[in-house]
Design a binder for this molecule. Structure first.
Ligand SMILES: [Zn+2]
Ligand SMILES: [Zn+2]
Length: 400
């Protein structure tokens, strides 16, 4: 957790700049062979009508520091200057000397006001609708991978939404972006419910060098509602936002839908079981856990402590509630893949003093068939498997 917030801070300090983005990568702003082979060429200028000073009036070989974004939430801005806030609109005519509003494409509650500094240099750039790196063209509004490798963290590249493309010349192409966080970048780090492909939409803004872009990214908004397409195994998705205009680890996570007897979120890499009787979703893990507890009790054996964790309200969610409404839809995303077989064994948390666990359980949901629990009895060196029906943890009926 410490290391994840450290890496996050390195990426998006309060006054972030393009040099920060470059520090982690191997790209250099000097025209080295690597850089020249990826020389960005901004295209389709938006400012042909001269509504801005023409770009490149300044001597850009002297531009070393990179750009800094100063921003704050739209709510803070409205509270500080209610009379002026209406006038402050996003506009290409702006001098850049007063804050501009950036509408957050993920959630309008995450709108931010921002200023780019140094103003003089920013105003010496032109706005473009697209830019090209190594023959790949990227457009305004697209989501891109940004070089920034943290070993062991997925995705290895950072992910950003391009809000603005600006250039002074071919060697000075800048992108104003909103970052997506990886779960590792959150204050609490990756949680059990975070999917392998999950990222978190933010309103953390930064200006980065276009040379740090590594390719196009597809990030799907997963609303966890009924009838939604099943998530592709290779596609990144987001379902939560992190309100954090200043960058760094302090911010507010949006609410996340919860399920089951333990009222916890769903990790889309695992399985949910649906009870048609009471129209509730159950974590396959929790079902397996329940079966194991009962199995031990039936045999008049001591239930391993690792299994007694189905109490409602235990282990409260590590997410900060923000007051957004939980989706009302009755049926969220279902099982993924046809033969999901999540396993819960009672071996994992076993302490040395605990005897070797006798039973393990596994939920099987084969396509078109009734879910079942396979209980393995490992006593006496044998591995006897018994098939049992799945009982709903709420209504106790058999899940058909
Ligand atoms: Zn559960
Ligand atoms: Zn039920």
């Amino acid at each position: 957790m410490v290391s994840s917030s450290a890496s996050k801070q390195r990426r998006t300090p309060r006054h972030s700049s393009v040099t920060d983005a470059r520090r982690d990568g191997s790209l250099s702003k000097e025209p080295t062979p690597a850089a020249s082979s990826k020389s960005p060429a901004a295209g389709n200028s938006e400012d042909k009508n001269g509504d801005q000073p023409s770009a490149g009036q300044l001597d850009w070989t002297k531009f070393k520091r990179g750009f800094t974004v100063k921003n704050w939430s739209a709510r803070d801005e409205a509270a500080a200057a209610p009379k002026n806030s209406k006038k402050r609109r996003r506009s290409s005519l702006s001098t850049g000397r007063e804050p501009l509003l950036e509408e957050n494409p993920f959630d309008r509650n995450l709108d931010t006001y921002y200023k780019v500094e140094p103003v003089k240099w920013w105003n010496d750039t032109k706005r473009y609708r697209k830019f090209t790196i190594a023959n790949e063209t990227f457009r305004l509004g697209e989501t891109v991978f940004v070089q920034g490798h943290d070993p062991g963290v997925e995705p290895a590249n950072w992910v950003a939404k391009v809000l603005e493309v600006r250039a002074a010349n071919e060697l000075n192409v800048f992108l104003r972006v909103y970052w997506f966080n990886r779960p590792e970048d959150l204050p609490m780090g990756r949680q059990p419910h975070h999917g392998h492909n999950e990222v978190i939409a933010t309103n953390t803004m930064q200006i980065i060098d276009a040379l740090t872009v590594n390719g196009k990214a597809t990030v799907k908004h997963w609303k966890e509602t009924d009838g939604e397409e099943i998530l592709d195994e290779d596609t990144l998705f987001w379902r939560q936002t992190f309100d954090c205009p200043a960058g760094g680890p302090v911010g507010t996570l949006s609410e996340i839908r919860t399920h089951c007897i333990d009222n916890k979120p769903y990790n889309p890499d695992s399985t949910l079981v649906y009870c048609v009787n009471c129209e509730k979703w159950l974590h396959a893990e929790c079902v397996a856990n329940d079966v194991l507890v009962k199995t031990y009790e039936e045999h008049n054996m001591v239930v391993p402590s690792s299994l007694k964790r189905n109490d409602v309200g235990n282990d409260a969610l590590p997410v900060a509630a923000k007051g957004t409404a939980t989706p009302k839809s009755k049926t969220p995303k279902k099982t993924k893949g046809k033969n999901s077989t999540p396993k819960v064994t009672d071996n994992d948390a076993a302490e040395e003093e605990e005897p070797e666990q006798a039973f393990s359980a596994e939920i099987r949901i084969d396509k078109g068939e009734t879910p079942k629990v396979l209980v393995t009895d490992a006593r006496n060196g044998k591995k006897e498997v018994t098939e049992k029906p799945v009982h709903c943890l709420f209504c106790k009926n058999v899940v058909a």
